[in-house]
Design a protein around this ligand. Structure first.
Ligand SMILES: [Zn+2]
Ligand SMILES: [Zn+2]
Length: 325
C-alpha cells in the first residue's frame, strides 16, 4: 500500500489553495447563473489547470500584462538551464529554441517556469510549491552557477571565492587568505542586503540599494547573487527616477550578472542590453559608438528569442536603430 506523507507545511499550502478556490467559487456563484456555471468538480479541474498551466502574458519588454491559460506548452518540461524560451506576439505564445538541436524532439526541449535569478534552494522550493515537482535539472545538479550564491571578491586577484554560511572562508586559488574581520563584514553585509531585498519586494528604493552596495563594496564579487539582485533593484529605480548616469553605473555590471543567472540567449538579457543602449544615447547623444554594440548584441538575441518576424522585433527593435541613423 502506498502511503503519501505530507508534511505540515505542505498541508498548510494545500489548505490555503483550497480556501482560495472556495473564495473564487463564491465570487463566480454571485455573478454567474447556475446554467452557465460548471459544476464544482469541473471548476476544480479548471482551477487546477490555472494553477499549473497559466502563463504571464508579457509584452516585448518582458513585463507582465495579463495571465492566460495555454495548455499546449505545458507538455514542455522545466529546466533551470533551459534551451528554449516562451515569448509572446500579442496573445500568441511562441516557444523558440535557443540552442542547436540535432532533431526536433519535444522531450528534449525545456523552458523555465520560474525566475532564474535565484539560488538553488529558492528555485527548488518554488517549483515544489507551485508545480509540485523536485527539480533535477543539470543546473540544480551542479554548482557551476550556484557557487555564486555567496561569492566574495578576493582582495588580491579580484576573482570570486565561493563561501557558505556556517563554513570557514576557504583560501583563494591565488593563495590569499581572508581573515575573520573580512568574513564578519561579509556576512553582516549579506544579512543586511537580504533583509532589504525582502522589504523591497514590490518597490525598489535607490537610497536603500546604495546603502547595500556600499556595505558590499570590496567584499562581494559582482556576480554574487545578492549583489546582482541589489544592482538589478538599483538599476530599476535609477531608471524610474530618470537618473541616467547612475542607471549606467548599475546596469553595466548587471549585464554579466544577467548572462550568468538568465543565460546569454535570454529575452531579459536582451531587454537589459536594449535599455542600456537607449540610456547611453540619452547620456551621450552625439556619440553612439559605445551604445551601438549593446544594440547589436540585443538585436541578435531578440532575433533568436522572438524571431525577426515578431511584432516586437519589427516595431520596437528595428525602429530604434532607424532613429539612430
Ligand atoms: Zn533546476
Ligand atoms: Zn585571489
Amino acid at each position: 500500500m502506498n502511503v503519501f506523507l505530507l508534511d505540515r507545511k505542505e498541508i498548510k499550502e494545500d489548505v490555503k489553495r483550497m480556501e482560495y478556490f472556495l473564495t473564487i467559487c463564491g465570487v463566480l456563484n454571485e455573478y454567474l447563473s447556475d446554467e452557465i456555471l460548471p459544476n464544482a468538480v469541473e471548476l476544480l479541474g479548471i482551477y487546477g489547470r490555472m494553477c499549473i498551466n497559466s502563463f504571464n502574458i508579457l509584452n516585448g519588454e518582458m513585463q507582465a500584462i495579463g495571465t492566460g491559460i495555454y495548455l499546449a506548452p505545458s507538455v514542455i518540461d522545466h529546466s533551470c538551464s533551459p534551451n528554449a524560451v516562451a515569448t509572446f506576439d500579442g496573445f500568441k505564445l511562441r516557444i523558440r529554441v535557443t540552442q542547436d538541436l540535432p532533431k526536433l524532439d519535444w522531450s528534449f526541449i525545456y523552458i523555465s517556469y520560474i525566475d532564474l535569478m535565484n539560488s538553488k534552494n529558492h528555485r527548488k522550493k518554488e517549483l515544489k510549491e507551485r508545480y509540485y515537482f523536485d527539480c533535477n535539472c543539470p543546473r540544480c545538479g551542479s554548482d557551476e552557477i550556484d557557487c555564486y550564491h555567496y561569492a566574495a571578491r578576493c582582495p588580491s586577484c579580484r576573482n570570486p571565492i565561493t563561501v557558505r554560511r556556517g563554513d570557514k572562508f576557504p583560501p583563494c586559488s591565488c593563495g590569499s587568505r581572508l581573515d575573520s574581520s573580512f568574513s564578519k563584514q561579509f556576512w553582516s553585509a549579506a544579512d543586511f542586503s537580504e533583509q532589504q531585498l525582502l522589504l523591497m519586494q514590490d518597490t525598489n528604493y535607490l537610497d536603500v540599494c546604495k546603502l547595500c552596495l556600499t556595505k558590499q563594496e570590496d567584499l562581494f564579487h559582482d556576480l554574487c547573487l545578492i549583489r546582482s539582485k541589489v544592482l538589478d533593484a538599483a538599476f530599476d529605480s535609477a531608471v524610474q527616477l530618470q537618473l541616467w548616469e547612475s542607471a549606467i553605473q548599475y546596469g553595466l555590471p548587471l549585464i554579466h550578472a544577467y548572462k550568468l543567472w538568465y543565460g546569454n540567449e535570454h529575452p531579459l538579457t536582451a531587454i537589459l542590453l536594449l535599455k542600456i543602449f537607449k540610456i547611453m544615447l540619452l547620456v551621450s547623444p552625439n556619440d553612439d559608438s559605445a551604445a551601438l554594440k549593446y544594440y547589436q548584441e540585443a538585436a541578435k538575441i531578440i532575433e533568436l528569442t522572438h524571431g525577426k518576424g515578431s511584432m516586437f522585433y519589427q516595431q520596437d527593435v528595428k525602429s530604434l536603430i532607424r532613429d539612430v541613423k
